[in-house]
Design a protein around this ligand. Sequence first.
Ligand SMILES: [Zn+2]
Length: 420
Amino acid sequence: MRRAGLVILVCLLCAQAGAATSAVADTEPAPLVILWAVDGLEPSAVSPATMPGVSSLVAGTDPDAPTHTWRNTRGVMVAETYPNHAAMLTGADGLGSGILGNTIWDGSRFRDVSAADLEAETLFDTLAAERPEVDTAIAVGDPKIDDLFRDEPYDMRWDPRHAKFTLPIAGYPLDSEVTSAVLGQIEDGADFVFVNTQMVDTFGHLSGPRASTTRQAMREVDRQIGRLIGALRTMGEWDRTLLFVTSDHGMEATPRRFLLPLALLAQGDTGWKADTHGGTALLAKPGATPAEAAAVAERLHRWSAVSEAHATGGPLDAAHPDWRLDGPRAGNVVLTARPGHQLVGFDFMGWLATGTHGGPGALDHWLMLTGGSPMIVPGDDSVHTAGNRDLAPTIASIFGVPAPAQGSGRILSEAVAPEV
Ligand SMILES: [Zn+2]
């Protein structure tokens, strides 16, 4: 609507002033950037059979849809939903954003992260401050992601709790519902939309990343991405579109379960709280000393399902400085599971799941950029490593604003050329 008004106004000015050339140059449409996170999409499971539309874009069969895909990707630890969605919007890893995991240690217990825990500036902040005329929107299928960003200064929000069609029990809106919401926001003038769809993650957890139900969910989100692209073309928006399709994390098949609280009991380590995240677990005990934490880590490392165990407060950072997890919010000890295993507590979902994320094996995620914008440099990229932290600085650069301040990602200049 806003753009239509602008075009009419500029046309009137052109007619009156007769300065057609410069006025038309000034009406170069603003970019339309859509960041779509397909939750839990395991990159190695993407194929022409599971995601025909996306695969065809990657193959470069459509000359009007230049596409850049990365083969080497890296999300942030803990390789799960909220740290990686925070990374997309802040450009920061767990220590930088404050969102280390889906839950964090607050000194007395592990609790779900909330908007108050987000310590870094987001893309919504920089766009609102630097280019308030850019209309921003959020449409996410996970109410907890919606909650995490509820204090951000976006212009439009779709509430996933008000969806017409949701998946029974899980309660997440169907991907088609989210897509309809996104299309509505673009019709209302959105220039940047942050999207999350949940179905691939839900079925990946339930039955594993390569199960037939998960493949059906992949085909459905592929259809919805195609529906969005088709609609953008019909709406005349395609030529200004840059569509990032990413996943927050991969998904590992983990048929074997390791009951962490029972292991602690067997070791005689009482008073410890275990917070399991599938491929990773955080442990904490109020008042635990570094020596106590080191001893617990050493004992847990002897179990065959545990691949690594490090105390926080130095040892974890020394072993894995790139994980950027060694802070008070991670508790006293961090564990990772061997491939094929998941670390579980006494929670129903952990026992039901046969696919999981959280560990280093789920850091590799899907990432592609497509659209009709002349800014896109196509390529099937096995040279550069890209990841969720790079999206905020890259999108900021597309809009010509500074990257969010606490970010550590880079601008994906191999895929986005300066505006011509
Ligand atoms: Zn996720």
